[in-house]
Ligand binder design. Structure first.
Ligand code: OGA
Ligand code: NI
Length: 388
């Protein structure tokens, strides 16, 4: 998947010396005199609601911005997590369902998660309220520094990556809440309170799911609990995808996987698609994740792929766009502490299963993000894989 749509450099062997022809698309201007730096944050095409899609937003056809085979949403597994708190038999049942969803897709939906619908609605409403404010209010948080604990920006690394994405987002740390909440936007009024409540509830759910994940791997329920509870990171990606004049050519986010252990996502509309790598005899297919009110989505991230030594798959996903409506999503990314390294547990290693991944932390991911271009298919997990 790492090479999903990465163009290979053209290598011409000439007198034994390879000549590498690389085209720097980021500085290539089109006939309108536009390139990706024309659309830097604060004046991006999606913030300005341009009536056309500039060339630097056009993704290669291999990205399949609009995949025709979309009648397959029903295959996305749904798990009733209230049974984790039920009898031993019920808990065992859920853990089995969870284990197969993690192996097959690295993705599942959760119902009966215990988070009140009002809390979900309020969080989506204040997120939408933030993006609806005048540019001046949002620009207070504008930053392209991936290490900043609160930042407003567009695309992934706007103006820097070769291809730009039709997304506006606010990213902020969320745990421990008291350490970060005073840095969050004060406007719209209620943002801190409503988003804070949502973050706390989602975090509780993430710990419950992580306990079930470590249990399903035979590591026991408490294998990571204290590390995640005490200094674990929670990063909120508050995403806004404005209507796009040509959803056939651009994407909200390119195919990628999350660095996290797990990501819990709430959306107001469909648009999220996951990649099912086993379909069509191994060539794979995209699956549109359905939107059902109150249902939360759980992505397995790179750090659980490492934790499981490759048994569980960190799901490759992307965001498609629509012409009419603004899509809002709240992605809550849960991981170990900033410098706490995820390693393959010795319990999962034997002669048939050697260690398949290097250790890494959230900070290592941020370093990767600075140096790499996710728009070109670069994947963090590929840098962790130990080749046989
Ligand atoms: C992300 C992400 C999906 C979405 O923020 O990493 O994949 O639906 N978001 O916005
Ligand atoms: Ni993601």
């Amino acid at each position: 998947m790492g090479t999903l749509y990465k163009e290979e450099p053209l290598i011409l062997p000439l007198l034994g010396f390879p000549i590498i022809l690389l085209t720097d698309l980021s500085t290539m201007e089109n006939e309108k005199g536009e390139n990706s730096s024309t659309f830097k944050m604060g004046s991006s095409a999606q913030e300005r609601s341009l009536p056309y899609v500039p060339d630097c937003y056009v993704v290669p056809p291999s990205c399949e911005p609009r995949d025709a085979r979309h009648s397959n949403s029903q295959i996305v597994p749904t798990i009733d997590v209230s049974r984790l708190r039920g009898s031993d038999d019920e808990r065992r049942g859920v853990i089995q369902e969870l284990s197969s969803a993690c192996q097959l897709f690295g993705f599942f939906q959760v119902v009966n998660h215990g988070i009140n619908q009002n809390i979900l609605d309020d969080a989506l409403a204040v997120a939408n309220g933030f993006f609806e404010q005048p540019a001046k209010e949002k620009k207070k948080f504008m930053s392209n520094d991936v290490y900043a604990p609160v930042r407003y920006t567009t695309s992934i690394k706007d103006g820097l990556d070769i291809i730009q994405f039709w997304r506006i987002f606010l990213k902020h740390y969320a745990h421990p809440l008291h350490r970060w909440i005073h840095l969050w936007p004060e406007n719209p009024p209620g943002y801190r309170e409503k988003m804070g409540k949502f973050c706390e509830e989602v975090r509780r759910l993430s710990l419950e799911i992580m306990e079930a994940i470590t249990e399903s791997l035979g590591l026991g329920r408490d294998y990571l609990s204290s590390r995640m509870d005490e200094n674990g990171m929670q990063v909120m990606a508050v995403n806004c995808y404005p209507p796009c004049p040509d959803p056939e050519t651009a994407l909200g986010l390119p195919p990628h996987s999350d660095y996290s252990c797990i990501t819990i996502l709430l959306q107001n509309l469909t648009g999220l698609e996951i990649f099912d790598p086993t379909a069509h005899g191994g060539s794979g297919r995209w699956v549109l994740v359905p939107e059902v009110k109150g249902v939360l989505k759980v992505h397995i991230g790179d750090h659980v792929e490492v934790l499981s030594n490759g048994l569980y798959k960190s799901v490759v996903h992307k965001v498609t766009l629509n012409e009419e409506k603004t899509r809002i999503s709240l992605a809550s990314l849960h991981s170990l502490g900033m410098d706490d390294k995820m390693t393959v547990p010795y319990q999962l290693v034997n002669d048939e299963n050697p260690v398949r991944y290097r250790e890494s932390s959230f900070n290592d991911f941020l370093d990767f993000l600075v140096k790499n271009d996710i728009s070109q298919g670069d994947r963090f997990i590929d840098t962790l894989r130990i080749k046989d």
